[in-house]
Structures are given as C-alpha cells and as structure tokens.
Design a protein around this ligand. Structure first.
Ligand SMILES: [Zn+2]
Length: 201
C-alpha cells in the first residue's frame, strides 16, 4: 500500500507509465495537479480524451491528423512522385519547417530495432509497399536519423525496394552548418566524406 490516498496513488501510477517520467517526477506532477484548482485538471483531462478521439493516422502518409487525408497529402501544389520516408511525425515536421522539400511524405513510426523487439511488421513498411504499388513514385528519399537503427532501416528498405525501378536516395550525413571539423567525431567525418558532392557538373 502506498503512502498517499488511493486516488492519488492511482494518478502517480498512471503518470509514471508515461515515457521519460519516473516515480519521482510522477509524484511531483500529481501533487502539482492536486494543489491547482479543478479547472486546469479538467482541461488536461479533456485534452487527453480529445487527442484519442480526434487524432488518427492519415490513410496515405500515416502522419497524425484530425482530417483524413492530412493537409500535406491534400495539397495539390506539392510534387507527386517524390516520397520522403521519415521515422516519426517530429522528423516530418522538421523537414517541413526547412521549407525546402515540396514532395510527399511517408511516416514509418519508428525504426527497426531487433533488441527492442521492433520488426518490419511494427512499422508502416507494408503500407509503404502498398503505396508504391498504387502511386507513380519515381524517387524514395530515406530521411532516417544517423543511428544504428536508422541505418539498419535504410539498408532493409533499400533491399526491399531495389528491384522496383525507383530511384533510392539517402539524405546526406555530415558536418552541420556552423560546425568545425576539428570537433567532429570520426563517424561523422567518414559519413561527410562518403556523402561528398561534386562542385561541378
Ligand atoms: Zn497524409
């Protein structure tokens, strides 16, 4: 039995199930909510239910949306035939905010990670294949993060899509803007040299 009354213990238990929130943080948040007036707690409870009720996957790109298809998939000014594959909604948002890419997206919702038990069936890979059957896609750009799991996912998708007659590309990895070669790790430098681009056509 916990040291707090059961309803408070229940709230702490539920909060501590959230990613990145341990027992101590959960207790702090629960006590904070308890001390505040009822209004903010009701707003929070309403928002929690609302995201579950109103947000779902876009049936085309599998990003989260409150309207299917999502705004980007509905946008007729964007270029068809160029598909940027990303790990998650946050990555898609980051690319979108750069304002450079005007094609379409496909959100995998994770990367392959056998150690965590995440296989191809746990990601939106089957949905990507189905999409490539239906849409006239000329190029798939892999925009996975430069992690072991990200690289493994790129290799897996490259093998899977290599015989489909589609151009497969990977976003360049290397030195960030404002970076300094002296402080780069060996892996970053290796990738930067590998991803070098020609200065003259
Ligand atoms: Zn969409």
């Amino acid at each position: 039995m916990g040291i707090y009354p059961p309803p408070l213990e229940n709230l702490i238990r539920q909060l501590s199930k959230l990613p990145g929130i341990g027992q101590k943080s959960a207790t702090r948040v629960a006590l904070y909510i308890l001390k505040k007036p009822k209004g903010p707690a009701e707003d929070l409870a309403r928002c929690l239910l609302e995201v579950k009720e109103k947000i779902s996957f876009c049936s085309l790109c599998f990003n989260f949306t409150d309207r299917d298809p999502c705004t980007i998939c509905r946008d007729e000014t964007r270029r068809n035939g160029m598909l940027c594959v990303v790990e998650g909604p946050g990555d898609q948002l980051a690319i979108e905010e750069s304002g450079f890419f005007k094609g379409r997206y496909h959100v995998l919702h994770g990367v392959l990670s056998p150690l965590d038990g995440i296989g191809p069936e746990d990601l939106k890979i089957g949905e990507l294949l189905a999409r490539l059957e239906k849409e006239a896609v000329q190029e798939v750009i892999m925009a996975m993060n430069p992690t072991v799991e990200g690289e493994a996912t790129v290799s897996f998708l490259t093998d899977l899509l290599s015989k489909k007659g589609i151009i497969l590309s990977r976003i360049a990895l290397g030195i960030p803007m404002g970076g300094d070669l002296k402080y780069m790790d060996a892996m970053t430098l290796r990738h930067a040299l590998k991803s070098r681009t020609s200065l003259r056509p």
